[in-house]
Design a protein around this ligand. Structure first.
Ligand code: NG1
Ligand code: ZN
Length: 562
């Protein structure tokens, strides 16, 4: 039973702002930090309920607003295997956040307990962390108030709380999965941040050592004469900066020479300002004040280090972006080769998951050159993650640089047993064995829970090292079609409804036919319109074979929407 009085008293310390309606969307709750105190308290309550509902499995809570401005903040829940909160619970989060009074909050809790069949006498286990935003401190306090008020009566077992402190979003996801698999036959890793670093470091050292075959591994020292060993990483003045530095300490600069820039996490207002993955992707330029040296490797993380994009400048100083699509194609090509070299290609099928925002040239390259199946799903990581699970090895990336690679449980088991000489198909020769060993190391290197800028960077570095490619050589696979993405402010974005993985409008009626007609007039024309899930606007995307045609098309389509 609920301890009504104690809960109401605690909730009274975190009154709901009466005029605000909150929505738990693709990115959890996200808005101006000043509006989030009551939301944090209530998310604390919900996290405990969710954990009890899952019989005491650890649930994660991450306080961050990712690439959004520093004044914003947000919060999202992480389910036991490190995945996003199950969609069926999102409405409960919204319901709790919007209860206008403490009494209504109690009533809402009660109805959620009943609707979900949650047994309050179960234990609860919650791990929480936050990014570098100054607003995190008071907001985490409100969250902890919620977590510790959710005792639900004195007879209920204690709630076990783990404070992960300052972490990247993917580190929090990692911790959750480790805690829940610790006693399983397949533990994900040691549930500490140091354990996370050591897991990635061990896998990366193994992969780079295998390429240098017996020499002291010196990345890019072999034939990459154009390429300096070091990569320059813009950390968006966020949590990625201290965490990347911690990782480099663990792995050592011999293995990972890194120049960290935009690492100012102490000056107010700097987070994501004119830097970071979102800035670089949307502005199609280097962070303000960073002038790339020709042909060298540059990368940008976003504010909570779950996204990454690469870029380089050519001899004329022209900027070239290597976005999520480029990373997906690089990873898919490399993994397919490894699977083949490992002699596992008849058992292990690789697939790629994209959204409608993926550049058409990347989709064409994947299907026509690499011959890999591509699935298109609606925007939002949970859709991509889910679809990737249906492949033996599923590579998924949003164009903005959020993504990872998933290995199915049977693929993992298959790769492991292929290394066991006692099984039915021991490696035929040294090179097959090496490919199998590298494949296994990749499964450790890649964060299986969620997109992870650090893990993804190590993946890209591994491929470039093995291929002996400069970023320009990587970029050569295909040339992006010129494209443009614009926001249109409309009266009611809910009037826009889509189908076919958001590539077609069903409402407003008749609009899609007009967009189709526009596309037909343009060489290689493709355009689609969808309501944003995170902002109050409609997004219009267009691509074509020339810059001028893409710009024209986007303007004409936007005019139809407006
Ligand atoms: P919306 O606002 O629904 O377009 C944006 C990004 C997504 C995803 C989410 C969550 C684009 C076009 N959209 O979604 O890719 O990252 O935010 O942060 O980049
Ligand atoms: Zn992010």
């Amino acid at each position: 039973t609920l301890d009504q009085q104690a809960l109401a008293a605690a909730s009274a310390q975190h009154p709901k702002l009466q005029h605000i309606t909150y929505t738990y969307g693709t990115a959890g709750f996200r808005t101006e930090a000043d509006l989030l105190d009551s939301v944090m308290f209530r998310v604390g309550l919900l996290a405990v309920l969710r954990s009890k509902n899952l019989k005491g499995k650890a649930i994660g809570v991450m306080v961050t607003a990712s690439h959004n401005p520093e004044k914003d903040n947000g919060v999202k829940l992480v389910d036991p295997m490190g995945e996003m909160l199950h969609g069926s619970w999102e409405p409960y989060a919204t319901q709790l956040a919007n209860a206008q009074t403490d009494d209504l909050l109690l009533a809402a809790l009660d109805s959620i307990v009943k609707a979900t069949g949650t047994d309050l006498s179960q234990p609860a286990h919650v791990v929480y962390g936050h990014d570098t935003r100054p607003s995190c401190k008071p907001l985490v306090r409100a969250l902890v108030d919620g977590l510790s008020s959710a005792t639900f009566g004195s007879e209920a077992p204690k709630v076990e709380l783990v404070n992960a402190g300052l972490v990247t979003t993917p580190q929090l996801h990692y911790l959750v999965r480790c805690l829940n698999t610790a006693d399983s036959p397949d533990p994900y890793g040691e549930p500490t941040i140091d354990g996370y670093y050591r897991k990635l470091a061990a896998a990366y050292t193994e992969l780079s050592a295998s390429r240098a075959s017996g020499h002291k591994p010196s990345p890019f020292g072999l034939r990459g004469r154009e390429l300096l060993p070091a990569i320059t990483v813009d950390c968006a003045n966020g949590v990625g900066a201290p965490k990347l530095k911690e990782f480099v300490k663990v792995i050592g600069t011999d293995y990972l020479p890194v120049i960290v820039v935009r690492d100012n996490t102490t000056t107010a207002g700097q987070l994501n300002l004119n830097c970071g993955a979102d800035f670089v992707k949307t502005q199609q330029r280097a962070p303000l004040g960073v002038k790339p040296i020709a042909w060298q490797r540059y990368a940008s993380f976003d504010g909570d280090a779950d996204r990454i994009v690469y870029y380089y400048a050519d001899a004329d100083g022209v900027f070239h972006l290597l976005d999520g699509d480029k990373i997906a194609t690089l990873a898919a090509g490399f993994i397919m080769d490894l699977v083949k070299d490992a002699g596992l290609d008849d058992k292990v099928k690789v697939g790629v998951v994209q959204t409608a925002y993926a550049n058409g040239a990347s989709t064409k390259y994947l299907t026509e050159v690499l011959g890999v199946p591509v699935t298109c799903v609606p925007t939002g990581v949970k859709h991509l993650h889910h679809a990737a699970e249906s492949y033996d090895i599923g590579v998924y990336f949003e164009a903005n640089g959020h993504g990872t690679v998933l290995f199915s449980p049977s693929t993992l088991a298959g790769i492991r047993s292929s290394l066991d000489s006692a099984t039915s198909s021991p490696a035929a020769d040294e090179s097959q064995l090496a490919a199998r060993t590298n494949l296994r190391a990749l499964t450790e290197l890649i964060n299986q829970t969620v997109g992870d800028a650090l893990s993804d960077m190590l993946l890209v570095e591994t491929v470039l090292l093995h291929r002996q490619w400069t970023p320009a050589q990587w970029d050569r696979a295909y040339t992006d079609y010129p494209n443009r993405l614009v926001k249109v402010l409309v009266n009611d974005r809910h009037a826009f409804e889509t189908t076919d993985a958001e590539r077609k409008l069903v409402k407003p009626e008749g609009l899609q036919a007009k967009i189709d007609a526009l596309c037909k007039e343009v060489d290689g024309g493709r355009s689609f319109v969808r309501p944003s899930g995170t902002e109050d606007c409609v997004r219009v995307y267009a691509e074509a074979t020339t810059r001028q045609a893409a710009d024209d098309l986007v303007n004409k389509a936007a005019y139809l929407v407006f």
